[in-house]
Design a protein around this ligand. Structure first.
Ligand code: IMP
Ligand code: MG
Length: 178
């Protein structure tokens, strides 16, 4: 089994690149089919989603637009222990069919926050596309219409996902070794 080390942790190969690529292409085909006759606005959530977003977008065959946002979060004193801030939305989303693109939905807190923020600008529709999801950790009622893979509650790196800044450039996805 292929393993790598990032900082102080060891990771083992979990989803090889060819499996990711074929799944991403399949998701893009499904989106193109479902959104035919529409001009969706893809909104990629930086940093983690940059590779997934790029590969997904390359395989979209209908008219579409793309933009990127960032969520800054810092420790606060509210019940969730985190206060979030939305950065970088320049597009007018009023009346648009929005497709959020995430690397991973874990608790769903980020996705819920973003859905609420974008809803304030009256989009026509919002759906979520996420490469990974950890259903065991989900605490929010977020539905992911276009999901790459369900994964167990283990830390993942690679293909955009990082461990303390490292690992985003890996073509495969790796899971932390216990
Ligand atoms: P949520 O708000 O709990 O759903 O967390 C979403 C964010 O946490 C993702 O966009 C990632 O940036 C980060 N995250 C959650 N799980 C992992 C993981 O296994 N590896 C790397 N980042 C993760
Ligand atoms: Mg992310």
């Amino acid at each position: 089994m292929k393993t790598i080390t990032l900082h102080d942790k060891e990771f083992e190969l979990y989803i090889p690149s060819y499996t990711i690529q074929s799944r991403v292409k399949g998701l893009a085909e499904k989106i193109s089919e479902d959104m035919n006759q529409k001009t969706p606005l893809f909104i990629g959530v930086l940093n983690g989603a940059f590779l997934f977003c790029a590969d997904l977008f390359k395989h979209i065959t209908i008219e579409c637009e793309i933009s990127f946002i960032k969520v800054s979060s810092y420790k606060g004193t509210n019940s969730e222990g985190k206060v979030k801030n939305l950065i970088g939305l320049n597009e007018d989303v009023n009346g648009r069919d929005v497709i959020f693109v995430e690397d991973i939905v874990d608790t769903g807190i980020t996705a819920t926050f973003l859905t609420n923020e974008i809803n304030k600008f009256n989009p026509k529709s919002i759906v979520w596309a996420s490469l990974l999801s950890k259903p065991n950790n989900l605490t929010q009622p977020i539905s992911i219409k276009y999901l790459g893979f369900e994964v167990p509650d283990d830390f993942m790196v690679g293909y955009g996902l990082d461990y303390k800044g490292l690992g985003r450039n890996l073509q495969d996805i790796y899971r932390i070794k216990n």
